[in-house]
Design a protein around this ligand. Structure first.
Ligand code: ASC
Length: 171
């Protein structure tokens, strides 16, 4: 699409005719109209399948880093402040990414465990995703303070925020 628009531009400026200019305006209007129809899908993802793949990828990486924290909290691996803080900071960064991808029209169908209720009740979904983000920020602070009891407690709060959203919005 982008390539054909560039070609169109080149043609117009070569010819410089009124007709070509009118054509260009019509083309622009059609693009705006089409963009409005496809809405949020065209804003970020070319297909709902891409939104599904995107959010799954981010959630997979979050789960990997959360698992590493869990191993330290449960004593499966020794607690190391630097390692804990790095993994918590990664989760905090990742926690801003996946939510828009859940709100894409049509992405409740196909290879996904997302319930359709996410699209019917986006405000509740956003609220729960924000709770997760806030709890994650607190986990990063706890990790900096290096108080192991507080870290364990806050790890539990983050895990609860995961579960609260999953139990409501995951199949
Ligand atoms: C994860 C993961 C979940 C949550 C949940 C937290 O890493 O895959 O579903 O954390 O176990 O309670």
């Amino acid at each position: 699409m982008r390539f054909s628009i560039i070609c169109h531009f080149k043609l117009i400026f070569k010819g410089g005719s009124m007709k070509a200019m009118q054509k260009m305006i019509v083309l622009a209007l059609v693009l705006v109209w089409f963009g409005g129809l496809t809405g949020n899908v065209s804003a970020q993802f070319s297909r709902p399948e891409d939104a599904i793949k995107y959010r799954k990828s981010v959630m997979f990486i979050i789960a990997q880093h959360f698992g590493r924290l869990g191993d330290m909290v449960k004593g499966v691996k020794p607690y190391e402040q630097g390692r804990f803080a790095n993994n918590a900071a990664l989760i905090e960064n990742l926690s801003t990414l996946p939510w828009e991808a859940f709100l894409i029209t049509g992405s409740d169908k196909g290879d996904t465990t997302m319930k359709a209720s996410v699209l019917k009740n986006p405000e509740e979904f956003k609220k729960l995703s924000q709770t997760f983000q806030q709890e994650t920020i607190k986990l990063v602070s706890a990790a900096k303070n290096n108080d192991v009891d507080a870290i364990k407690r806050q790890f539990g709060n983050v895990a609860k925020s995961c579960k609260d959203c999953h139990s409501q919005f995951r199949k």
